[in-house]
Design a protein around this ligand. Sequence first.
Ligand code: HEM
Length: 119
Amino acid sequence: MTATLYERLGGAERIALIVEDAIDRHAVNPALAPRLYGRDLPRLKERLVQFFCAGAGGPQAYEGRDLRSAHAGLNVSEQELIAAMDDIVAAMSAHGAGAAEVNEVIAILYSLKGDIVRL
Ligand code: HEM
């Protein structure tokens, strides 16, 4: 059987490192940094790790809100979504993810656009 995306990425430990790195990049990305002001970052990080793990086929349960509710009222722009995806690609590459896995994650994130952007 083909390994799940979760397994190919290196499981929860590697995904947590990728999420942490991506948040660090968001914090110094001028397109995104203001969005992080005043947020509970340890909690956000925990939720993002759960979301990423569960979405990639891991055993974790996602305990956060559905994406549409989480982003409602934020009026996230397409430019911000691309900026976030750029940081995620950079974080994945920095932690040794392969091109196939990066492309898979990008395709999944793009498919979520309607529940994130312009709400
Ligand atoms: C790349 C695709 C994205 C995914 C998969 C994603 C996923 C998530 C998840 C899982 C949460 C946690 C929800 C919860 O705790 O209940 C969250 C919260 C949040 N997201 Fe996103 N997000 C994405 C893009 C963005 C973008 C581009 C922005 C804005 C520039 C953004 C702004 C936020 C903010 C501000 C919160 C915290 C909301 C709060 O604390 O109430 N997200 N996101």
